[in-house]
Design a protein around this ligand. Structure first.
Ligand SMILES: [Mg+2]
Length: 229
């Protein structure tokens, strides 16, 4: 076998990216639950992205409380809980695998490949992970907020390889190019593949790698079965 493991990104790869309209609507619902101005809340929520995905702000509740403080609002515990629940509902909906995801990962596992996940995400994803249909088919999930580092930091890829018991050179890395993840994977010696599905939108301005990528491209998850050979 040419490779021993396949490491996947989550958003825009195994699951769809969040639709920007829904993302905004959810932020407004959270703001309404807290009785704070929608635009102010949305701005501060987006502004805490890096802290939320790197574990600097540990929980969704901490993030909501932090933003209320920034906005000079003392929200009731019940309002904070309601806002947190709205956010969790969004993540629950988002964690639906793409149609060919579970089948493709199952086939890879049956073929002897180890399966990893490296995702830049906030606290909701690891909290809800056990209920995802993806959980049973992924050997090693690495969540940025849990390990305190994010892509393209070399350490997060190396952590996945170590936990999978493989060398980076023995790994394919599959992602839609957010967070310069493909560049980061190349740097540690992994073999990156860009996934670019026809129906995906192009809202993600962080997806620099997707625009510059010269390497292997797949347009559906199941095509990875031909890449592994
Ligand atoms: Mg992604």
């Amino acid at each position: 076998m040419k490779y021993k493991a396949v490491v996947f990104d989550l958003f825009g790869t195994l699951i769809d990216n969040l639709c920007p309209q829904e993302y905004e609507r959810v932020l407004w619902e959270m703001a309404d639950a807290l009785c704070v101005p929608r635009e102010d809340f949305a701005r501060e929520w987006i502004g805490t992205f890096q802290e939320r995905i790197s574990g600097g702000i540990e929980t969704t509740e901490d993030a909501v409380e932090h933003i209320c403080q920034l906005l000079g609002v003392e929200a009731a515990a019940s309002s904070i809980a309601a806002a947190v629940e709205i956010r969790f509902d969004l993540t629950r909906r988002a964690l639906r695998p793409r149609p060919d995801a579970v089948e493709t990962l199952t086939q890879l596992k049956a073929g002897g490949y180890k399966i990893g996940l490296v995702t830049d995400c906030s606290d909701e994803v690891p909290v809800l992970w056990a209920d995802s249909p993806l959980a049973p088919v992924i050997d090693v999930p690495i969540f940025s907020c849990s390990v305190g580092m994010a892509k393209p930091d070399s350490r997060i890829y190396l952590l996945a390889c170590e936990a999978l018991g493989v060398k980076p050179q023995e790994c394919l890395y599959v992602g839609d190019g957010s967070s310069r993840e493909l560049t980061g994977a190349v740097k540690v010696g992994m073999h990156p593949v860009l996934i670019s599905v026809p129906y995906d939108n192009d809202y993600d301005h962080f997806r620099v790698d997707a625009k510059e990528w010269q390497g292997t491209v797949i347009s559906s998850l199941k095509q990875i079965l031909t890449v592994v050979g």
